[in-house]
Design a binder for this molecule. Sequence first.
Ligand SMILES: *Cc1c(COP(=O)(O)O)cnc(C)c1O
Length: 339
Amino acid sequence: MPADLRSDTVTKPTPAMRRAMAEAEVGDDQYGEDPTVRRLEEAFAERLGKEAALFVPSGTMANQVALRVLTRPGDAVIGGARQHIVAYEDGAGPLNAGVIFLTVPDDDGTLDPQAVALAAQGHLAHLPRATLLAIEDTHMAAGGAPWPLERLRAVGQAAGAASLAVHLDGARLWHAEVATGIDVSVLAEAATTVTCCLSKGLAAPVGSVLAGSAETMAGARRERHRLGGAMRQAGVLAAAGLVALDQMVGRLADDHARATRLAEAVAQRWPDIGFDAAAVRTNVVIFRPPDAAGLLAHLDSEGVRAGLVAPGTVRLVTHADVDDAGIDLAVKTLQTAPV
Ligand SMILES: *Cc1c(COP(=O)(O)O)cnc(C)c1O
């Protein structure tokens, strides 16, 4: 059986999701009349400990809506250099919100509270004025690293002291919850807005949700419309999202254990590339083999698909549609990879 480890976005909806989608009660969501979308938004807001939430077609749109509602054109946004909102949205932030990014190092996936505080003082030295801090948990490019709670709180305090709003890109925040044992609502405490993907590890076909105060979400609803993301009978999609929240979080621990198996195989095959298997705590394995293109071709020839997240940087992602047999195949193929 082949194993597609390119991304957790390749997951297909489960049979329970397809049933829920077929039977979903729907209405016109832009009129506020889709009961299933409302249920999803309410359930999500409650889980994240926020007043209100907004269903959006993608994680990228959630980030763009947050930028537009929390900043004004010309503002600076402080964020880690490799975060999705900074590096992986094809320049959308500057285009859609007119912001520039002041980047700080995010080597281990977290940001240094002092670096954030310094960047927030930039306007005193003629640098752009920051109004927002963007963080990412788990941090994809740092190998799916979850933030330690203390660090999250310290950065939240630094942001508060500088009067910055905080946007938490939690596309994989459920993975952080499962890896750390800390509830998503606690992880999101310092966040003005928080978004999670339903369509990655949770296997729903479409959608992300953004949460925050009722006032912020009212503004977010307008920005979603402006970006073309207002939907109609979206309850057919939200129905799958409700199943995702209800049934798909608990099983993420399996994905994490499988990623650890992949990480150990990588560390064994390439002991000299500075890859630390013990640092892999969620479902993402990122490493720089001597010949990335050769490795991708070798994996592909055995039915194992992987991808690049930067030149020479290979990523393997575990998810609901890769089982132990798929991981066995991937491990065996890594063991015979050209070194
Ligand atoms: C995938 C991802 C997104 C974007 O989600 P899409 O639904 O693919 O637009 C945003 N942030 C992070 C950290 C992601 O991994």
